[in-house]
Design a protein around this ligand. Structure first.
Ligand code: URA
Ligand code: CA
Length: 433
């Protein structure tokens, strides 16, 4: 098989076979196919697209390019959730304990990564003592015992995706639905999921800013999952403004604690219950979405979800008392209010630009080497649709430096106030299954 012939085949709009796709991914991972040929192929895919079958084969070829996690010793159907990322997205911290509390095994592999705030692991590490450096065997035992454990990303998961993503990043081919969908799905499948629930974000703070593109991506991922034998469902949710109120590491842990006790922001609670219901359904712990929802609301109200969080934190070395005394989480030295300068209604809170403001405080990493400050971040006091009076606090800035003029300027340019009443945006735009 000559790579040049395969590039030509795709360039001319023909379908690559299973053998061809596996040959390409194997060759590229081994270093036998050079970057310049792979770049030409990704550009051909960008313009010609891929059939459902090609997408499924590409996904599985990437799954088998490195290690795969065997969760076979965990009892029950392992359901994983993936979010395409947003600003202040606290869902993972809430969903883990929430669905574990009704008996769904959650074996979460998570990372740090770059972004406005840290990843799930950074957030959890704001709980004193908590760590994810555990052996695979302990990880599996903990999931069997407590239904929930989190482990750091294995070094050699989907190396083909890692290389390909880096290549796409510098060849203007990131933005291709078949390539994004297979990239995301390969990582979930390699991490051992039997079933997958996807939260595809849409709006200013999302990877996909346009609703139609988000729907297409969701459909592409659901089709791949179902073709390769992993039941998959997706919802499209709003990321025009940040989710919940908190954007920051320790601040989001506190928000997760509030939400698990039924006292969190209503948008975050609703999104978690919706995603959680799909997870419970796919794990076959309920017969209908309504039944799943009732179960989740019950564990939120009776304290079981919070208790599950505590057990999970303690099992991985964390101080479980933070659950009842969140003031034990890292706290920033200064709390500075951003005051509204006019009366009216909040009409816009541009999510990605608020995320950048959090990053200016040190809540996220700009480069892999950046140090993260777990204590700092933002708490929104108003959301789109809320009425405000001059002098009301729009945002509380949690900072470890006294002068935050740069952060205030960024926030003022991200938040708009209108004199006319504004409706809050929809939270969930569509379900794809
Ligand atoms: N996120 C991924 O993991 N892969 C992509 O290709 C794009 C976003
Ligand atoms: Ca949040």
């Amino acid at each position: 098989m000559r790579m040049v012939d395969l590039i030509e085949k795709k360039r001319d709009g023909h379908e690559l076979t299973k053998e061809e796709i596996h040959h390409i991914i194997k060759g590229y991972t081994a270093g036998d196919i050079p970057d310049y040929q792979m770049s030409a192929l990704t550009m051909a895919i960008y313009f010609q697209g891929m059939t459902d079958q090609e997408r499924a084969e590409l996904t599985m070829a990437m799954v088998h390019s490195g290690d795969t996690i065997d969760l076979g010793e965990i009892k029950g159907i392992k359901v994983d959730k993936h979010s395409t990322g947003g600003v202040g997205d606290t869902t993972t911290l809430v969903l883990g304990p929430l669905v574990a509390a009704v008996g769904v095994p959650v074996a979460k592999m998570s990372g740090r990564g770059l972004g406005h705030t840290g990843g799930t692991i950074d957030k959890l590490e704001s709980v004193p003592g908590f760590h994810v450096e555990i052996e695979n065997k302990q990880f599996i035992d903990l999931v069997n015992k407590n239904k929930l454990a989190v482990i750091g990303q294995s070094g050699n998961l989907t190396p083909a995706d890692k290389n390909l993503y880096a290549l796409r990043d510098v060849t203007a081919t990131v933005n291709s639905i078949p390539l994004i969908a297979s990239s995301i799905m390969s990582k979930k499948i390699a991490a051992g999921a039997n079933a997958i629930v996807l939260d595809v974000k849409t709006g200013a703070g999302a990877f996909m800013k346009d609703l139609d593109d988000s729907k297409e991506l969701a459909k592409a991922m659901v089709d791949i999952g179902n073709l390769v034998g992993r039941r998959t469902m997706a919802i499209i949710s709003d990321m025009s403004q940040p989710l919940g109120y908190a954007i920051g590491n320790a601040l989001e842990v506190k928000e997760a604690i509030d939400t698990l006790s039924g006292k969190g922001p209503k948008d975050l609670e609703e999104l978690c219950i919706t995603l959680g219901s799909y997870m419970v359904l796919l794990a076959e712990k309920a017969n209908s979405l309504e039944e799943a929802r009732t179960m989740l609301v019950e564990v939120m109200n009776n304290g079981k979800a919070l208790e599950t969080l505590k057990t999970f934190l303690v099992a991985q070395g964390g101080d479980g008392t933070v659950v009842d005394q969140p003031e034990k989480l890292p706290e920033a030295r200064f709390k500075i209010e951003l005051q509204a300068q006019e009366d009216g209604y909040v009409s816009e809170i541009i999510a990605d630009s608020v995320g950048t403001a959090a990053m200016l405080l040190g809540a996220g990493r700009a480069t892999k080497e950046s140090q993260i400050d777990l204590a700092v971040g933002l708490v929104l006091n108003k959301k789109v649709g809320d009425s405000v009076k001059t002098g009301d606090s729009l945002v509380t800035i949690h900072s470890n430096r006294e002068n935050v003029d740069d952060v205030k300027n960024k926030l003022f340019s991200s938040i708009s106030i209108s004199s006319n009443a504004v409706k809050a945006p929809e939270l969930i735009y569509a379900t794809v299954e």
